[in-house]
Design a binder for this molecule. Structure first.
Ligand SMILES: Cc1cc2nc3c(=O)[nH]c(=O)nc-3n(C[C@H](O)[C@H](O)[C@H](O)COP(=O)(O)OP(=O)(O)OC[C@H]3O[C@@H](n4cnc5c(N)ncnc54)[C@H](O)[C@@H]3O)c2cc1C
Length: 332
């Protein structure tokens, strides 16, 4: 029996397992999907929970619900990936050899990577919404916020769903209107980008939307430190912005296990060819989703299109055919 192993049963890994199971003969190919837990969060929902648009219950399901039959689902944290031995190791379920490896362990925020941010997280008006617990804490804090300056901040790029922070600022504008206190709240969008967004046309449209909603944009601000006592954030070049409530998107990192296994860059992202999504010199390994270093948005929509590329090329590899599919990073 040949072995196809998929690491991470999030958005990308689950898509790959389900797609490949349909095409690979179950007598010939075993598919194993490994994840540290059985919790599937609909991550875009984290944006809506703070404003009571989604309830926390609506956005959490079990991963098993989405995994088709004929796929072995192993729940255990990965602790090592060895491309030379063609083997991955888990904390409690032993090691797994593979003939083909698909890697999709995503990325996550690390507030502790910014001076003062880890210490103040979910305390004294410092919040975020990129994780399950955080978006609930923020919901509670927003309800108690009756006026002052709300700063929505991106610490640094890349982050997953780069438009989500701006969406948050727009939703905050709506939310405070609904509560009848918009005139008591200043909203400031503090970003490391040169403007509201990455691309010129989107930036133009979004800048004028910010103007209409009286959201001030502070560009070119790379977060260096948070002073929770003074309620001030400062950038590496010394620019300071004060806040009453800070909603920050901390630096995003790939999974630690990839750094520990010596196959990722210092941010935990796995270097791959941006068109084939394969690490150099590894014919039987593909990386998909937020965990790569490709210069595209980290988004489920991107992973969805990458999955088509991997699907086609992995089947071609198995059949000994040429691999024609090429990723161009698009999300639409
Ligand atoms: C607030 C917010 C809003 C968003 N909005 C959108 C949107 O509107 N549109 C859009 O397209 N995308 C959006 N996204 C991004 C989208 O959710 C991600 O890009 C997508 O989930 C990436 O899929 P992935 O499979 O690469 O990673 P994930 O879905 O994060 O899955 C990674 C999996 O790997 C597992 N894993 C990690 N490390 C280990 C380990 N050591 N051992 C075992 N398992 C491990 C995790 O448990 C997880 O299940 C949003 C994200 C956020 C946070």
């Amino acid at each position: 029996m040949k072995k196809l192993v998929i690491l991470g049963a999030g958005c990308a890994g689950t898509m790959m397992a389900n797609k490949l199971r349909k095409d690979l003969d179950a007598e010939e190919w075993n598919i194993t999907l490994i994840d540290k837990d059985n919790i599937h969060d609909y991550q875009p929902g984290y944006l809506f929970v703070p404003f009571d648009i989604n309830t926390i219950k609506e956005i959490r399901k079990s991963k098993r619900e989405f995994i088709g039959s004929g796929i072995d689902f192993v729940i255990s944290k990965l602790i090592n990936v060895d491309w030379d031995k063609q083997e991955v190791t888990t904390e409690t379920q032993g090691s797994f050899k593979y003939d083909i490896l698909v890697m999709s362990t995503g990325c996550d925020v690390k507030p502790e990577e910014v001076e003062g941010l880890g210490e103040t997280w979910n305390k004294g008006g410092v919040h975020g919404f990129y994780r399950y617990d955080d978006c609930q804490e923020l919901r509670t804090a927003l309800k108690k916020f009756n006026g002052g300056k709300l700063v929505v901040n991106i610490a640094e790029m890349p982050i997953k769903c780069p438009v989500a922070p701006l969406e948050f600022a727009f939703l905050a504008d709506w939310y405070f209107h609904e509560r009848g206190i918009r005139d008591k709240v200043e909203i400031e969008f503090v970003t490391p980008l040169a403007g509201a967004f990455t691309k010129p046309v989107a930036t133009r449209v979004l800048t004028s939307a910010c103007e209409e909603k009286q959201i001030k944009i502070v560009p070119n601000f790379s977060l260096g430190a948070v002073d929770g006592e003074k309620k001030v954030i400062s950038s590496y070049d010394g620019t300071e912005v004060n806040y009453d409530m800070l909603v920050s998107i901390p630096p995003n990192f790939g999974s630690d296990v990839m750094i520990d296994s010596g196959i990722a860059d210092p941010m935990g992202y796995i270097p791959v060819d941006k068109h084939t999504l394969q690490p150099e010199g590894r014919d039987n390994v593909w990386v998909i989703g937020d965990g790569t270093n490709v210069p595209t948005s980290k988004a489920g929509a991107v992973a969805h299109f990458q999955a088509d590329i991997l699907h086609e090329n992995i089947l071609a590899y198995i059949n000994g055919d040429e691999q024609h599919a090429r990723s161009d990073g698009h999300a639409l």
